[in-house]
Design a binder for this molecule. Structure first.
Ligand code: G6P
Length: 614
């Protein structure tokens, strides 16, 4: 939530900041701003709206030749999105400017204390309080910017990634982080700071991921210096990123979401690459090796996540219990962390997160670690906080996911969980060799099967046309397809703002059936597997109440085709892998409905890709 970018070097800073903000816009998009530093003072431009609104405001007014600056794209927490609450915020004496991602929890106490010292505030934000606090320390002792930042941060409770600049020291910017991500890019005579590496990679692949509690000082013509907030020197590791520019561009698609849906044959293959060999009959997850005994002998696994990642966790439960026979519980990270769970060293806590930065997931992991559980991450963003916090883990290797509604990360996570379940099943000896072999051979065919579903895009678009004006929708599935129903409903509500509910099909009779009439479409995932006959009856129940049915069925299905209003056929697969296929038409259906309703698919209202606040 909220994107930060900063630059100091020899280039014009403004274009670097604007381009960076566009790349970070998925993190928040209710207001945006930049501050440029020159020897004459700070030039701050900010406004409500998107980065394009900021460009319209700033472009003709930005003085040229300014080579250091900070920028921000906001997802509002304290105070509504408006011009005043937009970042950067200036100190009372207009000497300092700050951009901030996170929440200062004790901001009202700090604000009161500062007001008593004569500070006056113009915005509703916690961020403005922080810059006044830094100003207070700087003025009191006439100290350098970085010292004032460190002293102020010692007084702060909460989460932050910040970058601060000082008009009296225009060749320097200072960044710091606690629980919100910040990456430093190191170029030739130039430095970058950003919430993720996407604004940096067109200039350099040398980066440092700041750790919690670290403060970085970037000064023109000098080496960077990293300390903790107590001014003790830190020795960071410079990493070389393997991220290409094409990976964060739309590549000819109208939206990132559509591109990411279409990337799935490739990303599912990438998630499997080097981890399974169907011919030789093995599945290996490198991340499990070191802790394999603890994992194999675990009393139970607890999988935590939020949003779409929680849905893949549910599929993980089905997979691991079904194939590896290890008890699994699934929890929302936000509930888990606050409900005093009983944990021991014999538990394995698996955190699933695309961004690797979701605050609730991180806090839940910290709790699990404190209680002695083994922690394992299933993460997409390389080098992210969750990847570093966990004892071990596996990346899903899907590349950057920019569309706010998660698609390829979901199938990547489910692929990884499938590999995990298979590997554990084999090691535990709870699966027959022949079934194991059939499963891994089948898993290898999934990318091609996804490709064939993508070929039905036109038909799915036609079905979207028929239901795009509904106000509500019901998604039903059983077994492995129940979490897919939840995910399908989430996709629809996230991007098209149609109210949608996912339910286990059998639960329909316990409530949702009361809602069914000719205006309520039901999307039923009715592939030809264990509960086929039962789900057929559920469809009949919907039809009997004049509901319209869109059914996802297995290729060649005749019975449901005869009952449903619309059917989308997907290739046959072994039941544990059905979600990897059945979710794809639901992603496309939501996408087309949202486009037809004129919604902003990649940046749906009120949402953000990476939720770094509670
Ligand atoms: C936000 C995103 C979702 C995502 C969820 C969890 O709500 O909009 O797409 O599923 O956060 O994020 P994570 O990065 O932890 O998977």
């Amino acid at each position: 939530m909220c994107g930060i970018v900063a630059y100091i070097g020899e280039q014009e800073a403004y274009p670097v900041l604007i381009q960076g903000l566009k790349r970070l816009e998925y993190r928040g998009y209710d207001s945006a701003g930049v501050s440029l530093n020159s020897r004459d003072g700070l030039s701050i431009f900010k406004c409500k709206g998107k980065v394009s609104d900021l460009e319209a405001l700033a472009e003709t007014n930005i003085p040229s030749g300014l080579t250091s600056g900070i920028g921000h794209t906001r997802w509002a927490t304290h105070g509504p999105p408006n011009d005043i609450n937009a970042h950067p915020h200036a100190s009372g004496n207009h000497r300092l400017a700050i951009v901030h991602n996170g929440i200062i929890e004790n901001y009202s106490e700090l604000k009161e204390a500062l007001e008593n010292l004569g500070h006056r505030f113009i915005s509703d934000t916690d961020t403005e309080v922080l810059i006044h606090l830094i100003e207070e320390f700087q003025n009191k002792d006439d100290i350098q910017l970085e010292d004032a930042v460190r002293m102020a941060l010692q007084k702060v409770i909460g989460a932050y990634a910040i970058v601060v600049m000082d008009k009296n020291d225009p060749d320097k910017i200072v960044g710091a982080r606690l629980s919100s991500p910040l990456v430093v890019g190191i170029g030739e005579n130039e430095f970058f700071i950003a919430s993720d590496a996407s604004p940096i990679i067109s200039y350099t692949n040398k980066v440092i991921f700041l750790n919690d509690g670290e403060v970085v000082v970037l000064e023109k013509g000098k080496d960077l210096v990293i300390t903790n907030i107590h001014n003790e020197l830190q020795y960071p590791k410079i990493q070389e990123l393997d991220l290409k520019l094409e990976e964060i561009e739309k590549g000819g698609f109208d939206h990132f979401m559509l591109k990411e849906i279409h990337q799935q044959p490739e990303t599912v293959s990438d998630a499997m690459r080097g981890r399974l060999n169907a011919q030789k009959g093995w599945v290996v997850l490198g991340g499990m090796k070191e802790y394999i005994d603890r994992i194999m002998n675990a009393d139970r696994m607890i999988i935590i996540g939020c949003g779409t990642s929680w849905h893949s966790a549910l599929i993980g439960e089905y997979l691991i219990e079904d194939l590896a026979r290890i008890p699994v519980e699934v929890e929302y990270a936000s509930e888990f962390r606050y409900r005093k769970p009983v944990l021991s060293q014999r538990d394995v806590v698996i955190a699933i997160s695309q961004s690797g930065e979701t605050l609730d997931t991180m806090a839940a992991l910290e709790l699990a670690k404190r209680e002695g559980a083994l922690t394992y991450g299933i993460v997409n963003a390389v080098g992210s906080s969750i990847a570093r916090l966990t004892d071990s883990g596996s990346y899903i290797h899907c590349g950057p996911e920019i569309g706010v509604a998660s698609t390829k990360a979901f199938t990547g996570q489910v692929t990884l969980l499938s590999l995990m379940a298979l590997s554990l099943a084999k090691r535990k000896g709870v699966i027959s060799e022949s079934y194991f072999r059939r499963l891994i051979s089948e898993l290898e065919t999934i990318p091609n099967k996804i490709e064939s579903i993508l070929g039905m895009d036109e038909k799915i678009k036609w079905i979207a046309q028929a239901i795009k004006d509904s106000n509500n929708a019901l998604y039903l599935g059983r077994g492995y397809n129940f979490p897919v129903a939840l995910e399908g409903a989430l996709k629809l509500k996230e991007i098209s703002y149609i109210h949608a509910e996912g339910y286990p099909a059998a639960e329909m009779k316990h409530g949702p059936i009361a809602l069914i009439d000719e205006n309520m479409p039901a999307v039923v995932i009715a592939t030809n597997q264990s509960a086929y006959e039962k789900i057929k009856s559920n469809i009949q129940e919907v039809k009997a109440r004049k509901g319209r049915v869109i059914a996802i069925v297995t290729e060649g299905d005749k019975d449901i085709k005869a009952l449903a209003d619309y059917t989308i056929e997907i290739p046959l697969t072994l039941e544990p892998f059905t979600p990897l296929l059945s979710v794809v038409p639901l992603q496309l259906l939501s996408y087309h409905i949202a486009v037809m309703r004129g919604c902003n698919v990649d940046q749906p209202r009120n949402l953000a890709k990476s939720v770094t606040v509670e």
